[in-house]
Design a protein around this ligand. Sequence first.
Ligand code: 5GP
Length: 360
Amino acid sequence: MRIEADLKLDFADVLFRPKRSTLKSRRDVHLTRTYHFKHSKKTYEGIPIMAANMDGVGTLEMAEALSEHSVFTCLVKSYKAADIAAYEGKIDARHMAISTGTHDRDFANIEEILTANPTFQTICIDVANGYSEHFGDFVARVRTRYPSHTIIAGNVVTADMTQELILRGADIVKVGIGPGSVCTTRLQTGVGYPQLSAIIECADAAHGLGAHIISDGGCTCPGDVAKAFGAGADFVMLGGMFAGHDQGGGTVKSSHVFDGRWDAGANAWSTTEKKTVEFYGMSSDTAMEKHFGEVAEYRSSEGRTVEVDYRGDVHATMKDILGGIRSTCTYVGAPTLKDLSKCTTFIRTARQYNDVFVNR
Ligand code: 5GP
């Protein structure tokens, strides 16, 4: 047994230190980035935020809406070639990836989708535990079959495995084990890595090889997204922050909750209507039952099912997130998103914000 004693950090452990800046307004900040990928040799241009390949988030409708902001969507794994083809004309394949697991049937599904939709350039190979040898072999197999497609592979949280996946053919490594809003991996297994430190360490490893990383999971507010970029993430993937919107396709449930006021006219406690949408982890019982009809005997659920507030159209949320990041850039003097990590000094904190009027 060994213990690594240096403290690893999460988003909630730091804040940006503000710096003198010549920027006049948030409007002067440019969030678009251009990346050249190591293996595929493709060029990407867009705002490098990604919707996660989760039910209720990584839908074709979400991709259609987010691509208007040049924001990326990793589609859920369950889409088939025909589902995507039916959407042709409405979606922009430059801002989308198809997602896959690592079974032979998944490989066949990628082939079908890419044959029917040749404009798709990006393949996201996504497993909960990117440390298995089988996973690395699968990444290498996809790289051999698709030499000029951009390959995302994950998830891992350490520099050694980031490099290994890049050497096996990944252009972009997805980083994050256990930080997700509906993830219970840390409770079920005790495994994980604080996300801010994972980003710093994996970005350094990837950038040294001319590759890129995605920070996946753990962002709860626009400030966390900015912190992920400040720490060195090339892309930031969001699940929970994109949940509960019209574009996710979930059913909106309405209920009436007591709001603590007495309605004298009605001679009753008053209620307010609350609208919610179901959201669940892709390893939760809900997801496994939906996609496979059961929870396999040998595995436990590593995801939660929750009700999130219904939030309407995703465009308003998107603007809010982009506005927050622009504002971070003005506080630290970064004229572009590319400059943000160079302009970042994090300070370690014991308290993040004043929550006196927030329900605790
Ligand atoms: P969020 O932005 O909601 O904090 O995190 C989204 C990420 O959580 C996803 O992109 C994915 O990596 C991870 N995730 C999604 N579903 C599950 C799950 O059921 N279990 C675990 N361990 N992680 C999940």
